[in-house]
Design a protein around this ligand. Structure first.
Ligand SMILES: [Zn+2]
Ligand SMILES: [Zn+2]
Ligand SMILES: [Zn+2]
Length: 261
């Protein structure tokens, strides 16, 4: 394996907005009309690069635009957190990459996520479908325990999104946990010793299926990563305003933010 598995990860947040995105359709609030580019947010998606590999976490509705904006020219695997519309409805655009490279792309998720993806996009996963050509298909893989991907251990992290059990992922000392309202104790154990955490923080007011800022600060404090970035942000939050009030080791993510772990 040589040096495989030990090099740095480069992470790019390609979307950091909540399910409506920002600006929201037909909203003229100060954040939706802000001139600060950090207040323009596509739906949540991240790219993780190491060696010559490119992993994508979730494929939101703007996925094609995100690929063009952030120059995604290759995808080696996709990790799915859950199948709410804001996390999967760009999936069809990943088939451009199966065509370019003439090979299937593995899509990882929980058993529930895999079943749901196959029922929503049967033509993309089902080789028997009469609708599709001979081109390689997407390939769905159920995961619940740590697994190896190109020499890296990927650790699925159970999170509660309201009553729905979804997944975050840990890769080395980086973890991505969006859309959570509760982190089980067993998952806190798997989040020890993190360098960088990306964590959902929806808005100021409480929400039944997402951490608000106060709850996200409490969870981030307990996890104690060297650096935490909030994501899945709604239009209640002005980037500049909230960030000016956060401790230095907790920042707001923004579209295009890139860092190494
Ligand atoms: Zn979401
Ligand atoms: Zn607004
Ligand atoms: Zn969700």
């Amino acid at each position: 394996m040589g040096m495989s598995g030990s090099g740095k990860l480069k992470i790019t947040l390609m979307g950091t907005g909540t399910s409506h995105g920002i600006p929201m359709i037909a909203c003229k609030c100060p954040v939706c009309t802000s001139c600060d580019s950090r207040d323009r947010r596509y739906r949540c998606c991240a790219r993780v690069e190491f060696e010559d590999k490119v992993l994508i976490i979730d494929t939101p509705p703007e996925f094609r635009l995100q690929c063009l904006t952030y120059d995604v020219v290759k995808i080696d695997a996709i990790l799915f957190t859950h199948t709410h519309a804001d996390h999967i409805f760009g999936l069809d655009d990943t088939r451009r990459f199966t065509a370019i490279y003439d090979r299937a792309i593995r899509c990882y998720g929980s058993a529930r996520t895999v079943a749901s993806l196959k029922s929503i996009f049967p033509y993309a996963f089902d080789r028997e479908s009469p609708m599709i050509s001979e081109r390689p298909q997407l390939c769905a893989v159920e995961v619940s325990e740590s697994f190896d991907l190109f020499g890296r251990a990927i650790i699925p992290l159970e999170l509660y999104h309201g009553r729905l059990s979804i997944l975050g992922y840990r890769i080395g000392n980086f973890a991505y946990c969006t859309d959570c309202s509760e982190i089980p104790e067993a998952t806190y154990d798997k989040l020890r010793g993190l360098d960088t955490l990306v964590l959902g923080a929806l808005r100021y007011t409480p929400h039944p299926t997402h951490f608000n800022v106060e709850a996200a600060l409490a969870a981030a404090g307990r996890i104690g990563a060297r650096q935490t970035y909030f994501t899945h942000i709604a239009h209640e939050i002005s980037h500049a305003d909230l960030e000016s009030r956060l401790p230095r080791h907790i920042r707001l993510g923004f579209d295009g933010l890139s860092f190494e772990v």
